[in-house]
Design a binder for this molecule. Structure first.
Ligand code: GEK
Length: 264
């Protein structure tokens, strides 16, 4: 981690009286990498492997999208894996461009300076033909997706109003070329009450093991209550099918967090 990404998350550590709705503001952006690493089981693995999956499905002269890019972690992982696959496997990904989209100005501003820092490091290695990362401060529901071979949507659909999710998946499927892929990571819920209790309890144990207090866990849960609405894995699978994806599979799951690959 560099200086821009190492601050510890203690946003919910003190009693807040009334806990307001969770917002992706400057305070969250400042502690975001620590927050996600300690709050999402498997976060780092999912991001790195998203990069590898993206490199597997990237087609030359196409766009790769990172929807809800926050500080650009998935965009950077996709670029790293694409550059490695060029060197190691001779993959032709010429003309690929990555577009990170987020509607939080605080996230996009910070992402821009992190990407800039990475660009400067890349510029020092003379042989690298770069993959540009373009950042857009925009609502992904309004952003036109086109000529895409890969869409990464890591922990973002869960913040889209439930009534808009079918339409969102259809616009992703429409923007993808045949053979293109969506990487969809989400917090999920379980219809079976036994499994639901198990996974939620284990998730809270995971957070405690990562240094969050019971107060932090409960205040954060209240803040997210009407903001983050998880679906079941069955709901995701059906929605992806209805949107026009021909195959989908869970490729990662840890407790109530999962990542799905869907291929058009
Ligand atoms: C990562 N993918 O590090 N349009 C654009 N952005 C949105 C929208 C929207 N309609 N709704 C929410 N966001 C990242 C992590 S975080 C996940 C993603 C989390 C953005 C929001 O501003 C935030 O930056 C991001 O989606 C969700 O892999 O915090 O749990």
């Amino acid at each position: 981690m560099n200086n821009q990404t190492k601050r510890r998350d203690s946003l919910f550590a003190q009693p807040l009286g009334e806990v307001g709705e969770f917002r992706f503001d400057q305070k969250v952006a400042d502690v975001f990498p620590d927050m996600l690493t300690r709050s999402i089981p498997g976060y780092q693995a999912i991001i790195s492997q998203s990069g590898l999956l993206a490199a597997r499905y990237a087609q030359p002269n196409t766009n790769l999208y990172d929807l809800g890019c926050s500080l650009g972690a998935s965009s950077l992982a996709m670029r790293k894996a694409i550059l490695q696959s060029r060197t190691n496997d001779g993959e032709d990904t010429t003309g690929c461009e990555i577009h990170g989209i987020d509607n939080s100005p605080a996230m996009i501003d910070k992402a821009a300076s992190i990407v800039q820092e990475h660009n400067e490091q890349l510029a020092q290695s003379p042989k690298v033909d770069n993959v540009p990362i373009h950042l857009h401060c925009n609502d992904m529901q309004q952003h036109n997706l086109n000529n895409a071979s890969v869409v990464a949507m890591n922990f973002t659909l869960q913040f889209v109003p439930v009534a808009d999710r079918d339409e969102m998946m259809k616009s992703i499927a429409n923007g993808l070329h045949d053979g293109g892929a969506l990487i969809l990571s989400e917090k999920v819920t379980f219809a079976d009450p036994v499994l639901s209790t198990l996974h939620i309890e284990m998730y809270h144990n995971f957070k405690r093991a990562n240094g969050y207090s019971d107060l932090e866990i409960s205040q954060k849960r209240n803040a997210l209550e009407n903001v983050l609405i998880p679906d079941t894995l069955d709901t995701h699978a059906q929605r992806l099918k209805d949107a026009g994806f021909t195959s989908s599979s869970v490729w990662f799951q840890c407790f109530n967090f999962a990542s799905i690959i869907a291929i058009k």
